[in-house]
Design a protein around this ligand. Structure first.
Ligand code: ANZ
Ligand code: ZN
Length: 866
C-alpha cells in the first residue's frame, strides 16, 4: 500500500477546511456554546515551540468539544503593540506598523500550517484602529464612571528605554527589557483603580475552581490582604515640627510591648518637613531614592536609617519613649508610610536594631521555651507562641492578644481621636497605564490650559496613531511628531495638546477575549454575545502570565460590567498553564553553541557521541534546557513542520509528558510520531481489505476487541476532557497495538470478525482526530465517509462493553465441588456468599440449617462448611 504523505495531505486538508468554512462560528448556531482560547501571541517574527505547544493543546480541546456537539469558538489574534516593534524600527529603519504587520502575515501562515481549527474570520490585531478605537471608548466610559484617575506619582524610569516601568517590570532594580538600572521620577500618570476591586478580586478566587491552585495562590499573594491596626503615637514636643502624632500601620499590634523604635518612609510628609532643615537627613533621603522604590529592591537592600531627633511616647509603658528614624525599608504607598519596629519578631526590624543598637525584647514565647532564658539573636521569632513580657497581655495567644490590644487602643485617645483603628490593607496598587511610547493605544484625552484635562469626544474616536514617525531621537516619537499633538480643545476651541502617552499593552490584552465574541461590532462588544460566550470555558497559556495578565483581565471584565459592555465578573472559567518545551544543548569544543541541525550522533557500545557535521569534530552534549535563541537548542518550528508535518509535531508534543510539565523535544520522538502515522494508515488499509460483507455473529475474539475499542473510546474521552493528553496518547497506542494483533485473527475467521475490525479502526481514526486532524481526514475519507472527520460526532460507547469481565467461581461444600457461579469480576463477597448458598446443590446439603462457616476468596472460590 502507499505510504501516507503528510506533505501532500496536510495542505490539501487545510485548504478544504478553509473552503468549507469548517471552523467559522455563527452566532445563530443553536448548539450549546463552548469557548476555548489560547493566549494570543506577540507578533515577534516567527512562531516558536512554545506557541506550537500552546496552540496544539487548545486545538485538541476545540476539536474534541466540536465532536462532542458544541458550537466551539476558537479564535486567534495578535497582541501587536509593544516596545520590540519600536526597537526593530530603530535598528532596521522600518515603520513599527510595517514590521508588525509583516510579522503577523508570516506567523499567520505558520499557524495555518499547523492545521489549527481556528475561526480566522474573527482575527483581531490590537494595533489596528478597528480594535483600539473601542479600547479608547471604554477608557472614556471608565473615566466617566470614576474608574480612572490621574495622579502624580513616583515611577520607575528606565533610562535606556526612556519609559516608565510597572513595579513588576523591575527585576533586581533593573528594567526587564533593557537591563538598565532603574531611576525614580515624579510623573503625572493615568491609573486604573484596580485597588477598588482588591477585596472582590481576592474573594472571587475561591469560586475559580477550574484554575490551578498555584495560580490562585500567586494572585492571592499579589493582592496581599492584611488585617491590622492603624495606631497613633503621640510625639514628644519638639521645635523641629508642629506635628503632634505619628500614625503607623501594623499587623502585629500584639507585639507592642516589644516596640523599640518608630520608622518613617523617606517619602513621608514628616520626613520631607524635617529634611528641609536637616541637610544630613536630606542626603539620606536622596540616597534612598537612588536605591529605587521597587518592592523587590527594597526587600533586598541593606536596612539603613537616619535618626530624626524626635521621640514618641510609648503607648503602653508609661514614662518611656521611642526614637523616631527614617528608614529605607518603609514604603510610602503601603499602610501609612510609618511603622513601629519590634525587632524580636520581625527580621527587618531585627537587622535594623542590631545596626543601630536598639533593644531587642522578645514578647512572644515559643511553645515549651523557658521565659527566663528565651532570647533572640540573629533570627527573629515569627512563629506562633504565647505573649509574655507584655503586661496585661501576658498569657494570651497572638490572636487573642491582637483583639485585646485593639480594644484597648480603640478606647484611648490621641489628638482627639481613637488611638487605634482596625484596618484592612492591600498590597495591590492602582494600575498605572501611561507609557511614554509611540507604539501603543493613544490615551484619548486633550490637555487644555484653560479647561484642564478634556476627554476626546466619542464622535472623534479613534485617536489614530500617526504612521509618519521618526525614531532618530530617543524617547517618544509621538512627542517629536511635528503636528500630531497639536489640536484644538474640544471644550473651548483654543489650541491645546494631545496626551502623548499611550496605554500599557496589558490593557490591550485585558479584553481581547470579549472582542472575539463580536469582532466586527461598531461598539466594543455586543453585550448579548459577550454574555453568552463568556466566560471562556478553557483558557490556556504560560504560567508567566499567571499574575498580571490574568489579574488585569479579571479587573477589566468588572470595569466593562460597570460600564455596561457585558454582564459578568470572571472572564476565564477554566485556566490551564502549560509547561515549557526543552531540548538538549550542544557545544563545540571551542565553545560555540550548535543547533540540532548542525550535529549528528553515533552510539558506540551504548555511549552516545555527537559530532559537528561541518567539521566532524566531537561535540559536548549539554543539559536539557528551555529552548532559546541564545543557546540555539531548538529547531525552527517551520522546519519541523516542513520535514515531519504538523500532525507528527502535534502528536509528539502531546505524547511525551503531562501538558503542565516541561516537555523535551527530541528528533527521535517526532520520528516515532511519523512512524505511528504510517501504522494508523496501514490499519485503515487492513480494514478496507477486510470489508464486513457477511453478517457473521461476532465470536469471542471479536467481542474481546470490541471491549478494548469501547474502553479506549471511553478512556481517551475522559483523558482529553481532563487535559491529560499524554495519557490519551498512551491509550491510543495500546488500542493500535491491539488492533494490529487482531488483524491476524481476522484472516483466520473472517466472517465473525470483520465488522469489529472496521469498527475498531474507525474509532481509532476518530480518537486521533483532535490530535492528528489531517491524517484523520485522509483516513476518514478512505473509509468511505462523505463528510469530514472534523464534523464527525465523538463516538458513543456501549456501556455493556465497559462492564468488567465475569469470572467462573467454583463452589465447594466441605471441600468438595458442588457447583459454580458466574460472577462479575471483583464481586462483593457477601453477594458471592448469598448466591452460593442459594445454589440448589448447596441448599439441599444445608437442609434449612445455617452453615457453620462460609469462606469466600474473591474471584477464586467459595467454600461452605456445614
Ligand atoms: C509592627 C510589627 C511587629 C510588624 C512585628 C511586623 C512584625 P503585611 O503583613 O505584609 O501587611 N509595615 C507596615 N507598613 C509598612 C510600610 N509602609 N513599609 C514597610 N513595612 C511596613 O505587613 C505588615 C507589617 O509590615 C506591619 O506590621 C509593619 O510591621 C510593616 F513583630 O508592625 B509590623
Ligand atoms: Zn479648553
Amino acid at each position: 500500500a502507499e505510504r501516507y504523505n503528510p506533505r501532500v495531505e496536510e495542505p490539501r486538508w487545510q485548504k478544504a477546511w478553509d473552503e468549507a468554512g469548517a471552523f467559522t462560528v455563527h452566532n445563530d448556531d443553536p448548539r450549546p456554546r463552548y469557548y476555548v482560547l489560547e493566549m494570543f501571541p506577540y507578533p515577534s517574527g516567527r512562531i516558536h515551540m512554545g506557541h506550537v505547544r500552546n496552540y496544539t493543546l487548545g486545538d485538541v480541546v476545540a476539536r474534541f468539544q466540536r465532536a462532542r456537539g458544541f458550537n466551539v469558538l476558537h479564535p486567534m489574534g495578535w497582541d501587536a503593540f509593544g516596545l520590540p516593534a519600536e526597537n526593530a524600527a530603530m535598528e532596521r529603519k522600518l515603520n513599527p506598523g510595517t514590521w508588525t504587520r509583516q510579522n503577523i502575515a508570516t506567523m499567520k501562515a505558520q499557524l495555518k500550517s499547523m492545521g489549527l481549527s481556528i475561526d480566522w474570520s474573527r482575527e483581531v490585531a490590537t494595533c489596528e484602529p478597528e480594535y483600539y478605537r473601542h479600547q479608547q471608548a471604554m477608557f472614556l466610559d471608565m473615566l466617566d464612571k470614576g474608574l480612572i484617575t490621574r495622579k502624580n506619582s513616583k515611577v520607575n524610569w528606565d533610562p535606556v528605554d526612556l519609559t516608565v516601568l510597572a513595579n513588576e517590570q523591575v527585576i533586581d532594580g533593573r528594567g526587564w527589557r533593557s537591563g538598565a538600572v532603574v531611576e525614580q521620577r515624579e510623573l503625572t500618570q493615568w491609573f486604573f483603580k484596580i485597588s477598588d476591586y482588591a477585596d472582590e478580586l481576592l474573594s472571587a478566587l475561591d469560586g475559580l475552581d477550574q484554575w490551578p491552585e498555584k495560580v490562585r495562590l500567586m494572585q492571592r499573594n499579589w493582592i496581599g490582604r492584611s488585617e491590622g491596626l492603624r495606631l497613633l503615637f503621640a510625639l514628644e514636643p519638639s521645635a523641629a515640627t508642629t506635628a503632634t502624632s505619628i500614625e503607623v500601620f501594623t499587623t502585629r499590634p500584639d507585639t507592642i510591648f516589644g516596640a523599640s523604635f518608630i520608622a518613617l518612609s523617606p517619602d513621608h510628609p514628616l520626613t520631607t518637613e524635617l529634611a528641609a532643615d536637616d541637610p544630613a537627613l536630606a542626603e539620606f533621603v536622596a540616597e534612598c531614592h537612588r536605591q529605587g522604590t521597587a518592592t523587590e529592591t527594597i526587600e533586598k537592600a541593606e536596612k539603613r536609617g537616619h535618626f530624626t531627633g524626635l521621640r514618641v511616647r510609648h503607648p503602653v509603658n508609661a514614662g518611656e519613649t521611642l526614637p523616631v528614624y527614617v528608614a529605607n525599608f518603609v514604603l510610602m504607598d503601603y499602610g501609612t508610610g510609618a511603622i513601629f519596629g519590634c525587632p524580636a519578631h520581625d527580621q527587618r526590624d531585627l537587622d535594623f536594631a542590631r545596626k543601630y543598637d536598639l533593644p531587642v525584647l522578645p514578647v512572644v514565647l515559643p511553645q515549651g521555651a523557658d521565659p527566663a532564658s528565651f532570647s533572640v539573636a540573629n533570627d527573629a521569632f515569627t512563629d506562633d507562641g504565647t505573649l509574655f513580657n507584655s503586661g496585661f497581655l501576658n498569657g494570651l495567644s497572638i490572636e487573642a492578644g491582637k483583639k485585646a490590644i485593639a480594644e484597648y487602643f480603640a478606647a484611648r485617645q490621641v489628638d482627639g481621636q481613637p488611638q487605634g483603628k482596625v484596618e484592612v490593607n492591600f498590597r495591590l496598587r492602582d494600575w498605572g497605564i501611561s507609557r511614554q511610547r509611540y507604539w501603543g493605544c493613544p490615551i484619548p484625552v486633550i490637555h487644555c490650559e484653560s479647561c484642564g484635562t478634556v476627554p476626546v469626544p466619542k464622535k472623534d474616536l479613534p485617536v489614530v496613531l500617526p504612521e509618519d514617525v521618526t525614531f532618530d531621537k530617543p524617547g517618544n516619537a509621538l512627542d517629536h511628531h511635528p503636528t500630531w499633538k497639536h489640536v484644538d480643545c474640544p471644550q473651548c476651541g483654543r489650541p491645546a495638546r494631545r496626551e502623548t502617552d499611550t496605554m500599557d499593552t496589558f490593557v490591550d490584552s485585558s479584553w481581547y477575549f470579549a472582542r472575539f465574541t463580536a469582532p466586527d461590532a461598531d461598539t466594543p462588544t455586543v453585550p448579548a454575545e459577550a454574555n453568552s460566550w463568556l466566560p471562556v470555558d478553557q483558557y490556556i497559556g504560560g504560567v508567566e502570565h499567571a499574575i498580571l495578565h490574568l489579574l488585569y483581565s479579571r479587573f477589566f471584565t468588572r470595569a466593562m460590567k460597570a460600564t455596561g459592555h457585558l454582564d459578568l465578573d470572571e472572564p476565564f472559567k477554566g485556566m490551564f498553564t502549560q509547561g515549557m518545551v526543552t531540548h538538549e544543548t550542544y557545544k563545540s569544543e571551542d565553545g560555540r553553541w550548535l543547533s540540532p541541525e548542525e550535529v549528528r550522533f553515533e552510539t558506540v557500545a551504548g555511549q552516545r557521541n555527537g559530532y559537528e557535521i561541518a567539521s566532524n569534530a566531537p561535540i559536548r552534549i549539554g543539559a536539557v534546557e528551555k529552548i532559546s535563541k541564545s543557546k540555539r537548542n531548538g529547531t525552527d518550528p517551520d522546519d519541523i513542520l516542513k520535514v515531519y508535518g504538523a500532525d507528527a509535531a502535534r502528536w509528539f508534543i502531546l505524547s511525551d509528558s503531562p501538558p503542565e510539565r516541561d516537555v523535551e523535544w527530541t528528533e527521535a520522538g517526532v520520528e516515532g510520531a511519523g512512524r505511528f502515522q504510517q501504522r494508523v494508515w496501514r490499519l485503515v488499509g487492513e480494514a478496507l481489505a477486510h470489508p464486513p460483507v457477511i453478517a457473521g455473529a461476532p465470536d469471542d475474539e471479536a467481542q474481546a476487541i470490541r471491549r478494548i475499542v469501547h474502553r479506549a473510546v471511553h478512556a481517551v474521552g475522559g483523558d482529553i476532557e481532563g487535559l491529560r493528553f499524554n495519557r490519551a496518547v498512551a491509550q491510543i497506542y495500546e488500542l493500535a497495538n491491539a488492533l494490529s494483533r487482531y488483524v491476524g485473527l481476522v484472516s483466520v475467521a473472517p466472517e465473525a470478525r470483520q465488522a469489529a475490525l472496521l469498527e475498531g479502526v474507525t474509532r481509532l481514526v476518530q480518537l486521533i482526530a483532535p490530535m492528528m486532524p489531517h491524517l484523520a481526514e485522509t483516513c476518514w475519507q478512505a473509509l468511505g465517509h462523505s463528510g469530514m472527520a472534523c464534523d464527525a460526532a465523538w463516538p458513543e460507547v456501549d456501556p455493556a462493553l465497559l462492564v468488567d469481565d465475569s469470572v467462573v467461581v467454583p463452589v465447594q461444600v466441605n471441600g468438595k465441588k458442588r457447583g459454580e457461579l458466574v460472577l462479575p469480576k471483583g464481586c462483593d463477597p457477601a453477594e458471592a456468599e448469598r448466591q452460593a448458598l442459594s445454589l440448589d446443590a448447596v441448599a439441599r446439603m444445608l437442609d434449612g440449617k445455617p452453615p457453620r462457616k462460609v469462606v469466600v476468596v474473591p474471584d477464586r472460590i467459595v467454600n461452605v462448611v456445614v
